[in-house]
Design a protein around this ligand. Structure first.
Ligand code: AP5
Length: 227
């Protein structure tokens, strides 16, 4: 059962490790918003905002969008009313500079991170997952052509919306996202380990089992007084 402390959790791991899948399940379970920087950037792109159009060139190459853009988006988002009782960060921070900026925002609001949960998934599994991933155009729910099939082909189980394949889910871009991850994001494992916040969960196997493991680790933290 969720404890009484605010759930402020970072979901980490390589592209395709299941941050979005688990984030949506955790959002429903803990009633705190899942904040996905990838989803925010894709929404900005759909709306053709200056941020979205700038981000597109980086996303198409599998590179990271500049820190100052992402930090600006998150500063604004974390100040929203619905984040007061906690949140699940999906895809942020992704660099040490972003992690430091988050620490500063937490300090300014007098709050603390509860945990950084890393989903460990080998590179070849990532490639298999992302090349078969399909996403709902309307509500963003993720599916997979083999591992998580929708009941009706091409249609979202949650809202009936059309399923599509992301532009950056081709093998070449996925491999460059992996290499960017290893160079720029993997150092965050040490960053959070040295602060006693890192929790590692195997991200392979049954989706519901992974969810149960994450919930059990979060509940332990929630009940242990660290918040
Ligand atoms: P973003 O959208 O965050 O992409 P990502 O980190 O590459 O992560 P994904 O969304 O691809 O995967 P996921 O871990 O959510 O996995 P999912 O649950 O979908 O970022 C996209 C781009 O935006 C970046 O490349 C960058 O350019 C930019 N960006 C975003 N944030 C940024 C930041 N902070 N700084 C700078 N730039 C930023 O699962 C994947 C598939 O596997 C699905 O099909 C799913 O059904 C399936 N699956 C999930 N779990 C399992 C399981 N246990 N077994 C089998 N299949 C599974």
């Amino acid at each position: 059962m969720p404890g009484s402390k605010a759930i402020r959790v970072v979901l980490m791991g390589p592209p395709g490790c299941g941050k979005g899948t688990q984030g949506k399940m955790l959002e429903a379970h803990y009633s705190v918003p899942q904040l996905s920087t990838g989803d925010m950037l894709r929404a900005a792109l759909r709306n053709e905002t200056p941020v979205g159009l700038k981000a597109k060139q980086y996303m198409d190459r599998g590179e990271l969008v500049p820190d100052e853009v992402i930090i600006g988006i998150m500063r604004e988002r974390l100040a929203s009313q619905d984040c007061k009782k906690g949140y699940l960060l999906d895809g942020f921070p992704r660099t040490v500079a972003q992690a430091e900026a988050l620490d500063k925002l937490l300090e300014q609001s007098g709050t603390k991170l509860m945990a950084a949960v890393n989903l460990d998934v080998p590179d070849e599994e990532v490639v298999k997952r992302l090349s078969g991933r399909r996403q709902c155009r309307v509500c963003g729910t993720g599916f997979h052509v083999v591992f998580k099939k929708p009941v009706r082909e091409g249609r979202c189980d949650a809202c009936g919306g059309e399923l599509y394949q992301r532009d950056d889910d081709n093998e070449t871009t996925v491999r460059s996202r992996l290499s960017v991850y290893n160079k720029q994001t993997a150092p965050l494992l040490d960053y959070y380990a040295s602060r006693g916040l890192l929790l590692r969960v195997p991200g392979t196997g049954d989706i519901d089992n992974i969810f149960k493991q994450i919930c059990s680790l979060i509940d332990d933290k929630a009940n242990s007084g660290r918040s």
